[in-house]
Ligand binder design. Structure first.
Ligand code: AAL
Length: 393
């Protein structure tokens, strides 16, 4: 067990003690002399459904021994100006972080508008409807993950009627055969007019510093009428897995306000498509912004905020059939981890230890905007792995 898991878990020790006391009949099975010890192996007697599940569904009966369990620590990051948080400037929905020539890079939705968001009815060519309306994609670099330097715009809104003319938001990055691809939501109308409808567009470059060339075509289209993803394709999140591009995404099934958020998968051999949607879609029944990472031979997912299975970390041995691996709390929103092996087509994913996420300020009326923060966690396969250690900045 890693030290951080020990520290993170001590806050739950009272609850754990109560659990152990309530199942003290298990202590008869222990051989190590400690009373009230939970057996590591499934006891050979009839068990309640809860105790069956405890042994069958999780990699260890105690969360701190479960490598896909973590709690999350948050730290303020430096280098971003918010003009006293007046709501006119917003940064949200960061991309995965990549390390290139000794520098970490992150892309994100940047909004700098004449007013804070005013709702769809009051929106105009210069007044945003929502926090991400009229956004463009900016980027920042860092050498330590705490101090960032905002470099500026990566992808601007293209001229009407190109995809994304109203807003380009919520980017993620793919590194494929030495080139860089930014996938993002391309809005054709102000968010909130009907729902939050948009498809996914892509721009490409030879360097993470650009210049970025817009493909100017929809690369992940909305589903056909009555399909689960007919209205929106959100939060594109590419990984390289089994020799292909595995791009996970979110959609809102149903009509506002009766929607259900779920996650789908589309795969491709070429970053510009065509992408084939998985016939089992949706592959995750819950969650909001999409965040996954290679873990051992499969794919792990951070599932938070929405749905019956929110606040879980899930795992799919085949990248498609996800199961709950652990249940946790205070998960990062729009988590954008640093994933050292996101694009190496690894067969032994190492996991993650940090990234950026966002917090949304909706508390102060009329000043709605978001900020980015750093999160740290313990979802690495092996905290003594020298390669992971190197990235634990
Ligand atoms: C988010 C994401 C998408 C939505 C909006 C902006 O956090 O899920 O990007 O469209 O909210």
């Amino acid at each position: 067990m890693s030290t951080s898991k020990k520290i993170q878990f001590c806050s739950s020790s009272v609850l754990a003690l109560l659990l152990l006391l309530s199942i003290n009949s298990f202590s008869q099975n222990t051989t190590d002399g400690f009373p009230f010890m939970l057996p590591k192996e499934k006891p050979n007697r009839k068990l309640s459904r809860a105790m069956e599940r405890l042994y069958d569904n999780y990699s260890a009966p105690k969360p701190e021994d479960n490598e896909l369990f973590s709690q999350f620590k948050y730290t303020e990051i430096k280098g971003f100006d918010y003009n006293n948080h007046d709501g006119k400037i917003s940064r949200r929905d960061p991309s995965k972080i990549i390390l290139h020539n000794g520098k970490y890079y992150v892309w994100y939705t940047y909004r700098n508008t004449v007013t804070p968001p005013q709702g769809a009815d009051k929106s105009s060519e210069t007044i945003p409807s929502s926090d991400w309306d009229l956004g463009e994609i900016w980027y920042a670099t860092s050498t330590d993950g705490f101090n960032w330097k905002e470099i500026g715009v990566a992808v601007k809104r293209p001229a009407k009627p190109n995809v994304g003319w109203r807003a380009v938001t919520t980017p993620d990055i793919l590194v494929w055969k030495g080139k860089f691809y930014l996938y993002y939501q391309g809005f054709m109308e102000a968010s909130g007019k009907r729902g939050d409808d948009c498809p996914v567009a892509v721009s490409y470059a030879d360097s993470p510093d650009g210049p970025w060339t817009a493909y100017n075509k929809v690369v992940i289209p909305n589903g056909a009428k009555n399909e689960w993803d007919q209205f929106s394709i959100h939060d594109p999140y590419p990984l390289v897995y089994k020799g292909k591009i595995y791009l996970y995404y979110k959609s809102d099934t149903g009509i506002t306000p009766h929607w259900v958020r779920m996650q789908g998968l589309a795969t491709a051999d070429n970053p510009l498509g065509p992408f084939t949607k998985n016939p089992l879609n949706p592959v995750i029944s819950s969650g909001h912004e999409t965040s996954l990472f290679p873990f051992k031979s499969g794919i792990a997912a951070l599932v938070y905020k929405d749905g019956n299975e929110h606040n879980t970390i899930q795992y799919a041995e085949d990248g498609v059939n996800f199961e709950i691996a652990s249940i946790t709390e205070l998960m990062p929103y729009a988590a954008a981890p640093f994933v050292p092996d996101a694009y190496t087509d690894t067969k032994d994913g190492r996991g993650i230890t940090w990234g950026l996420s966002h917090f949304i300020n909706q508390g102060e009326k009329g000043k709605n905007h978001s900020i980015m923060v750093r999160f740290d966690c313990d979802l690495s396969q092996d905290l003594n792995d020298p390669e992971m250690k190197e990235h634990r900045v």
